[in-house]
Ligand binder design. Structure first.
Ligand code: CTP
Length: 216
């Protein structure tokens, strides 16, 4: 019996990739490391963890159930299918846009250069945070910012309707690196966790979740 035994926690991690055709896609620099370490820390504390992961080069953490997806729309569908859950943590760097059209065959480059159009992807965090009947009791987002980190993260937390937001500055080597420094921002708290290994941030977050659930 450990502190999160009996709790189901859904974690998204990694990038999403948005196909243009069978060989090309839009994506971003997310390595998935922070999300995988959070999933591992939660499982270590006894949680039933569902890790909904975009394409990354990482092994599935011990005692975690991984569901692999590619696009934002697939990620959202899997997260919704995994509800209800006690906690939802959106760590994934979801592609904000996808090509308006996905070609079944390799697209002609000259045609793509003149016709490529993008459409916005669904916001997974906001969708889950505003579910009417089965919103998880604790919804946590991440804010990847390159400037005005705390101000932007505060606004993002309100916009996304999540309970906590973990703000990090991705202007340096955070994306792909092994270390991170973050702010935990809620409606009544702003706490800094100074730069440390991503595993350290994962442990701090997992312990905060244990404490929060014990008060619910
Ligand atoms: N997120 C999500 N679905 C999206 C975009 C973002 O679930 N389509 C989640 C991320 O997992 C993260 C949070 O929203 O928890 C904030 O992501 P971020 O990339 O910082 O912000 P965006 O919503 O993309 O806004 P912007 O690019 O304008 O900063």
């Amino acid at each position: 019996m450990t502190s999160l035994t009996g709790k189901k926690i859904i974690v998204t991690a990694g990038p999403t990739i948005e196909a243009l055709d069978p060989v090309r896609f839009l994506s971003n620099r997310s390595s998935g490391k922070q999300g995988y370490l959070i999933a591992e820390a939660l499982a270590h504390r006894g949680a039933d963890v569902r890790l909904v992961s975009g394409p990354v080069c990482l092994p599935c953490p011990f005692d975690v159930t991984r569901i692999e997806v590619e696009s934002a729309r697939e990620m959202l569908a899997v997260v919704e299918a995994e509800l209800p859950a006690d906690v939802f943590i959106a760590v994934a760097a979801v592609s904000d846009w996808r090509p308006a059209e996905t070609h079944a065959r390799k697209a002609e480059k000259s045609a793509v250069a003149t016709t490529l159009q993008l459409v916005e992807n669904p916001d997974i965090l906001h969708t889950i945070a505003t579910r009417k009947t089965d919103r998880p009791g604790l919804v946590i987002g991440f804010a990847a910012e390159t400037h005005d980190v705390r101000e932007r993260a505060r606004a993002k937390r309100r916009r996304k309707d999540c309970d906590w937001i973990i703000a990090n500055d991705v202007s340096g080597d955070v994306m792909g690196g092994d270390e991170n420094a973050v702010w935990l921002i809620s409606d009544h708290e702003e706490t800094v966790w100074p730069r440390t290994q991503k595993a350290g941030i994962a442990a701090l977050l997992a312990d905060r979740i244990v404490a929060a659930l014990s008060e619910m």
